[in-house]
Structures are given as C-alpha cells and as structure tokens.
Design a protein around this ligand. Sequence first.
Ligand SMILES: [Zn+2]
Ligand SMILES: [Zn+2]
Length: 279
Amino acid sequence: MKVRFWGTRGSIATPGKETVIYGGNTTCVEIILSDGQRVVIDAGTGIRALGQKMKAGGEDVDFYLFITHIHWDHVLGFPFFSPIHEEKTTIRVDGFPNCMKGIRYPFENRMGDGFFPVSFDDLKAHIIYLDKLRKGPLHIGDTIVDTVLLHHPQGGYGYRFREGDRILVFITDNELVKGEAEAFDPYVRFCEGADLLIHDAQYGPEEIKRRRGWGHSNYEDVVSLAMKAGVSKLVLFHHDPSRTDLELQRIERHCVEIAGNHNSDLVVEAAREGSELTL
Ligand SMILES: [Zn+2]
Ligand SMILES: [Zn+2]
C-alpha cells in the first residue's frame, strides 16, 4: 500500500508562508492498494489538487471515496474536484452513514439560496453510494476495510486497511481520553499491530484542558495509544489551523522524545502535504 497526503490540516484551510512544510489544505488522503485500486479518504480542500493530477494522468478516473464524517473541513473540496464534471469518472462513495448528504450539501442552492452555481444532480460523473461499510467490513480485491466509531461530535468513522500482513489505520477527528475506557481502549484494539497509524493530534496537553469535548486528541495521548497498540510508525494528523511549521517541528521532536523515554521503537512524524509513504 501507498499513502499520499493531499490535505493534512484540520478545521479550515490555512495557506501562507508559515504552513509551507506541513501544508494548509484540509483532510484528503489517497491510498493506493497493491493491485492499483485507489481509495480516497475525505474530500477536504486537498482533493482539488488530487483531481488535477488524476485528470493530467489521462486515464478514466475510478476510485473509492470514504468519508470519515461530514464536518465542512472534510467535504468542502468536493465541488472543486474537477473529475466530477467528466462522464468517464466513477466515484464509489461510502463511509459514515450520512456521507452522501455531506458531499451533496455544498452544491445545494435551494435551501441556502446559492451555495454553489452547479447542482449536484447535474454532475456528469457516476457517483454511486455503496452503503456497505455501516453493515460490516468491505473487501476491495485482497484488502479488507474495517471501521471504528469516532469519539467526536456527531460521530464518524476511522478506517483500518488490511492487505496481507500489512495494516494501515486512519483515524482523524477523534478525542482520546486516557483512563476513560470508551475513549481509549477500543482504539488500542483497533490499532493493534498497525504498520502505520495516522491519527488526529490537533492539540497539546495544555490546550486540551480548554477543549474537552471538541473531538480532537492531545498528541501525547496519541503517542501513548500508538505505543500501547504496538504500532510501528505514527503520523500526527489534522494539524490545528494556528500551528506554524516551526511549532509542528517542535511537536514532532517532542513526540519522538516521549517514545525514546519509553524505550519504544515507535517512529513518529507529522503529516506533510505532498508526501508519500509506502508500507
Ligand atoms: Zn476535522
Ligand atoms: Zn470533525
């Protein structure tokens, strides 16, 4: 499997000179399976550039789109994903049960008196709702995709991709609470033995005290989760919009130190827009 980061930011896009290294686009991650099939997780603003790349490739666009949940930062790039205007495009949508509502709503111009100039029903692409993930694991070729419920306002799904002996877990917008069985232990089980864990790490230990219930994690708790679950590599994700590149580098170093202090082999880094990882 390969993972490409098109959007790593949480809450709102943050272009500018202080977000050049880790990126300013909101959530969009592309997963390329060994047989070449593609899964895209979330349609944040990062999906615009992915659309340009797909079109430049010249091949028919055909992929799975899994939506974690429908908060704006995870769906608002969809109207700007240019393959939606091509008849040769097929998008197999699945995810949290309200996912279709989430990708449709930014186009709705009846209720909001003009959110967007094009209506969803006029899009040329074949956009199919699979409606499978809420019923159980989904098989794509040799890959099995499982979900876990997020600890986040209005809920959502985290995903685990198992391909042979390789495991990738993607969990964003999730509030871990150490010592609270329901907000920690299920995620340890879900992440068990993952080669790569990508997890929400929006806040630090001081910030989280003022932001309990907002649905995001303290990066120190995320490192604890990864160590407890025996994860090989942790990628910190859903960076706070206020976070500069310099601060993210500091957080990266701090998390590496925590793992070192526990004599853990865990590798930690912060997600960078435009980067690619292979597992
Ligand atoms: Zn978010
Ligand atoms: Zn959210």
